[in-house]
Design a binder for this molecule. Sequence first.
Ligand code: IPD
Ligand code: CA
Ligand code: CA
Length: 262
Amino acid sequence: MISPHYLRKLTRFARITALGAGEILDKKARQHHRIELKGRVDLVTDADLASESYIIDSIQHQYPDHSILTEEKASIDNGSEFKWIIDPLDGTTNFAHNFPFYCVSIALECQGEMILGAIYDPMRDEMFSACKGGGAWLNRRKITVTDQAKLEHALLATGFPYDIGSSREDNLKQFRRFAKLARGIRRAGSAALDLCYLACGRFDGFWELKLHPWDTAAGIVIVTEAGGKVTDFAGAGYSIYDKYILATNGRIHSQMVKVLTK
Ligand code: IPD
Ligand code: CA
Ligand code: CA
């Protein structure tokens, strides 16, 4: 068990580091982007790498014995009970196309449990953060999910996996079903920000498949602390290492489970 004081200190560190990395993305956004393909449509830019190096250096300076799991570099396993889980740029495709919807996501796992998350959107200067038991925050404002109880009035968010071109499991069937049942669906291109938008009431529900731990680690703490519910598609407990995520305001959860398990 870690003390509330130490948890607050770690959360402050996550926020400051996400802000610093966001400033790097902001600067890189004004320069020519160096883009490389990781797969057919999966990209990495020099901004992903610069943000990641900055975050890893900050953690290793402040908490040298902690482990780190990050998207672009090999993970660092120090055998610590603490593991930082990082997406240095969530929304790389958006960034590469100058579509202004991307963020930095930093989370901390302690003994297998997600205990804090900080997600920073440098385009809007919005810092979303939460630690276990401390509520969820957007800058200095406490945030909560909506109380929308009807799927037909709900605004949903989702995304499509990078292997959409080659895999039969592509989210299109679910997208089609929800498009006919909900008020609207947005595919904005950053799963971490989608979760934050759910936490602060801009979305009512979010589902996606084949995400990675760094896409959801910080966001699920923020959603949960904002009063939302996070499970797999069947309504069972969600782990960041799972393939399917369903996150909602809680009120439309069972309606979405019904559609996803049909
Ligand atoms: C991606 C974004 C996107 C989601 C993809 C993710 P990246 O992360 O979160 O919204 O649909 O599946 O991989 O590659 O931009 O860090
Ligand atoms: Ca990501
Ligand atoms: Ca990324």
